[in-house]
Design a protein around this ligand. Structure first.
Ligand code: HEM
Length: 182
C-alpha cells in the first residue's frame, strides 16, 4: 500500500485521537517499518491492518468506523492534491464513474505498484447509482468515506447503502448512492 495512504492515516489519527495515542499504537504494533512512513514509499498492507486494529483497541471505536472516517479525511486531501480530477467533472456520478475509467488508471501510471480496487458503475438511473467494489483488501468503508467526501465537493447530499454479493468473479460490495433532496 502506498506511503501516502499511511501518512494520511497517521495525520488523521493524530488529529482525531492525539499524538500520544498514535505513538503508543505504533509502538505496540511492532511494525516492520517501525512506523516511519514516507509518502513516496510502499509498505505492506498488513501494517495498515495492524494500525487500524491497534487504534480500534486503544479507542474502542470499531475498525469499520475508523476506516470510514479515514476515507472522508483522505477524500479531502485528494481534493487538494489531485484537484484536476475533480475539476474535470461537473456531476458526482460522472466523477465516480471516472475513478475506475480514468483516475485510478492515471494513479497506476504514477505509482506502478499501487494496489487498486475494481469500482464499476453497474447501475445508474436518475438520482441513484451503484458502484460495485471488489478488492482483496475489503476496504469498502474506505470507499464509502471517499464517496461522501466527493459528494461534499460536488455539494450533493447523499445516502449510501451497502449490499454484499458473490458471483463468478468472487465476493463484492455494491455501494448504492442516492442523491437526497437538498
Ligand atoms: C482524485 C481521486 C482519487 C485518487 C487520486 C485516488 C488514488 C488512490 C491511491 C493512490 C490509492 C492507494 C493505492 C495503494 O496504496 O497501493 C487508492 C486506493 C483506493 N481508492 Fe482511490 N483515488 C481517488 C478516488 C477514489 C474514490 C472516489 C474512491 C471510491 C469510490 C476510491 C476508492 C479507493 C479504495 C477503496 C482504495 C483502497 C484500495 C482497495 O480498496 O483495494 N478512490 N486510490
Amino acid at each position: 500500500m502506498k506511503g501516502v495512504v499511511f501518512t494520511e492515516f497517521i495525520d488523521h489519527a493524530e488529529a482525531a485521537f492525539g499524538e500520544d495515542v498514535v505513538d503508543d499504537v505504533i509502538e505496540e504494533a511492532d511494525l516492520p517499518s517501525g512506523g516511519a512512513y514516507t509518502s513516496v514509499g510502499t509498505y505492506d498492507f498488513q501494517e495498515m491492518v495492524a494500525l487500524v486494529t491497534g487504534l480500534s483497541k486503544a479507542t474502542s471505536v470499531p475498525a469499520s468506523d475508523l476506516i470510514h472516517g479515514f476515507g472522508v479525511h483522505l477524500g479531502g486531501s485528494f481534493q487538494d492534491k489531485f484537484q484536476m480530477f475533480f475539476e474535470q467533472q461537473d456531476d458526482l456520478f460522472d466523477f465516480l464513474d471516472s475513478v475506475e475509467k480514468h483516475i485510478h488508471i492515471e494513479v497506476q501510471k504514477l505509482y506502478p505498484d499501487a494496489e487498486l480496487p475494481s469500482l464499476k458503475m453497474v447501475d445508474r438511473a436518475g438520482d441513484t447509482a451503484t458502484l460495485r467494489y471488489r478488492s482483496m483488501r475489503c476496504l469498502e468503508q474506505l470507499a464509502c468515506g471517499l464517496i461522501e467526501a466527493s459528494a461534499g465537493y460536488f455539494k450533493v447530499p447523499i445516502e449510501i447503502t451497502l449490499s454484499r454479493g458473490e458471483d463468478s468473479g468472487g465476493q463484492y460490495s455494491d455501494i448504492i448512492i442516492k442523491k437526497a433532496a437538498a
